[in-house]
Structures are given as C-alpha cells and as structure tokens.
Design a protein around this ligand. Sequence first.
Ligand code: ITT
Length: 448
Amino acid sequence: MLAVQAVIDNAADSATGSIADAVSNMQTIVVATHNAGKVPEIIAALDLPDTRFLSLADLGLTDEAAEVAKSLAGNAWIKAGFVFSRTRQATLADDSGLEVDALDGLPGVRSARYAGERASDAENLEKLLQAMQELPDEQRRARFVCEIAYVAADGSQLSARGVCEGRIAREPRGGGGFGYDPVFIPDNPGDGRTMAELSPDEKSAISHRGLALRQLRDKLAACRGAAPRVALAAFDFDGTLLAVASPVRLVFRLLRLQMMPLSVGFQVFWWAIRYKLHLAVNQDQVRRYIYSAFAKTPAEVARRLMVKLYYDKLKARLRPKGMQEVEWQRGAGRKIILISASFEPILGVLAAELRADFFISTEMEVVDGRYTGQVAAVPPEGIYKLLHLQHKADAVYGEGNWYLDYAFGDHFNDAYLLSLALHPVVVSPDRGLAATARELSWEIADWD
Ligand code: ITT
C-alpha cells in the first residue's frame, strides 16, 4: 500500500511536469474515474514503470459523462471518450459492477446508482442486503465484472475484461476496498473472507479489476513502441453523407405502396420530430414499425425495395462535399468506414459505390426468409457505433493496430464516436452536437 501511495503522491507532484516527462520519456496515463477507491488498485495492478498516472482531480476535471449505455463496456468507453476528448492524453476508464444471479444480474450496470442517483456505498449495500434478505445460501451467487477501456495518445484502442465469481454474505465484514467489497465473498481464496477482509495485494490478485488490468498490461506490452499502422476515417450516413434521413424516405415509400398503415406512418413521423428535438425516443420501436411493414414480404423482396429506394431517392441527396471528403480521405491513405443505424441493404449499396473498406449498419433478424421486426444485434447507435467499429476493425486489422483518425457525424448521439477520433468533424450539426463541438474545439463543416 505504501508503494501505491508513493506512486499517487508522485503523480500528484508531477502533474505539471510535462517537460521533465519529455526528457525522461515517461508516458502519462489519465485514470478516468471519480472513484478514489479504484485509483490505487489501477496503478498497482498495471505496475507500469516510467509511467506517470494523473487522476481527474490532478487535472481539475470535475465534470463527468452520463453513463447511459446498457452495458459495462459501453459505459467504460463513454468515460474514456469523455476524458480523451478533453485531455488528448492516454486515458484509461473502468466500468464495473456486481451481478447477482437471483436478482437477474442486478445491480449490474447500475451498481454505483442502485439505491438512487447519488447513493453512497453504504446505501447501495444496504439495499442489496435487504433485497436478498430471504434468499438461502445457494441463491446468493454473484460476480464482479470489470470492463476496461484504454485509448493511447496516438488514438489506438485496447479493451480488457475481468470477472471474479463469488457469493453475497448476510452482513458486511472488513474495512478494506470500497463499494460492495464488505458483502462479497470471492470463491478464491475460498476461506470465507469478504473482499474487504483481503489485503490490497490479495484483492488485486483475484479481483475483476486486477484480472482486467493485467490483461491490459499484457496487451500494452505486446503493442509497446509500435505505432498503430492503419488510419480510419469513419462517416455517419443519415444527416452526414446524406442530406436527408433514410428511414423517413423509406416510410414515405411504404405508405405509397400501401405496405404501412397511415396510423403507423404518423407514429413514425411523430418519432422523427421527437428525435430532431432531442426528446426521449425509442429507436427499437421505430425499427419494428418499419420492419413489421415487411412482415408478409420475403426478405429478399424487401431488400430489393430498399435498394431501389437508394437509387430512386437517396443517391441524389448524397452531399457532393461529403463524396469529395471520402475521396480525399482515401487519397490520404485512410480506410473508409461507413457507420450508421440505417438499414443494411441501403448502406450496403452505398458502401459498394464508395468502395468503403467496410460498413456497419443495423442488421435485422430474418427467420424463414422474412424479417421478424427484431434486431439481430445491438444497433450501431451512440456508443455502440464505436463498439461495433472496434469489433470489426480488431477482426480486420488487429487490436491496437488501427486508430480512428477522422470521424464525421451530425447528431448529438454521434459525439460518443467522435470523442475517440483524433480529428472529429461535425457536419451541419444539430444544436446538441454544435454545442459539444464548440466546447471541445472540434471542426465544424458545412457540406450544404
Ligand atoms: P467512476 O464511474 O467515476 O469510475 P463509479 O464508482 O461510478 O466511478 P462505476 O460506474 O464503475 O464506478 O460503478 C462501479 C460500482 O460498482 C462502484 O461504485 C461499486 O459500488 C461497485 N464496484 C465496482 N468494483 C468494485 C469493487 O472492486 N469492489 C466493490 N465494489 C465495486
């Protein structure tokens, strides 16, 4: 513990020492957490010599990102992007949580806010014990899960995950750690002690965070010194490359072909207005409306209808300056990526026409040759644009071997993806994204 404290003190002392760092080749990592309990665990488990760790307190960063994702990985990347876009330094964020089987995985992604938005550790813990009061020993299985998001100063991205299995005690024990540690009995070392009764080193050896951080450390060691080779330029479609919204055009077409009842058409337009005004909208619902219109049509016929819509109505609305930008990016040697929650058949033709290196879109479930109205995977919206991009780019170029050089978007939800780009560009942005762009000095382009 003393050693960890020394590293933290040292980090605090050297918070302004960038010239000294340049001379000593010391790298800086910003630990993007407001949870003081995590910081020493992260520094100790990473065990990186020649590294200066800065906490958000060192940087005077008191704002925090809203953790709106439905997954720990999504929230980890939201936090990393929030801090990276403000510091441009290598940034490490962690999102972690406790999943209790008998509570269907709760508190899970809501672990920090289980008993309310500003709940203390003690309040969360009490709520958990109360919810589990009646449960016998065999129904007290739980696990801590940790997702780590790491973005280097050169923009390359690494993810790591750790899981620690155990069970929930009947009452709190021990004074170490933080959060739910006093009621979590890890399977390993198996002597019945709670996580809060382990020494910091013992916790680090078996904990979800310790495991994830050592996985990250191994990945960092494998990448050390090698700059990422592949530069990506990612383009959003609706409202960015395309001057209109493709779902709205598709609804017009479905109404004209009498494949969608007028009442549903109105609901979709109402949805579109709310989306434009940044009011709460349910994206899944609108997709279901559209795809249920295809329910009686073979998926292949529906695909052809969407492709025809592209050639009839959408192609003419592609922004010429956007097309020039794609060519310029390709000429500069960057890989061209299209990312949109729009429909796969439409994006597929555009990607082929633009000779994109790959594209990411919403994939709908098809059973027996027909759309079910359900999505086949989480659609690429908000932070999931980034997670889908990572998944695909890792598979194609290798994790740590690519970086998001340019990203182009128009909607406030695109800010998550743009936050992890070295050159974020907002195109004819809505008010929310324009405000973010001004705050973070992102380039604002007018493609109209
Ligand atoms: P940051 O978002 O600023 O990092 P946070 O406390 O809100 O801090 P999370 O969103 O990751 O962090 O929420 C994690 C919550 O899960 C945390 O507040 C604890 O209640 C619990 N938790 C996570 N890791 C834990 C650990 O090692 N021991 C005990 N509880 C833990």
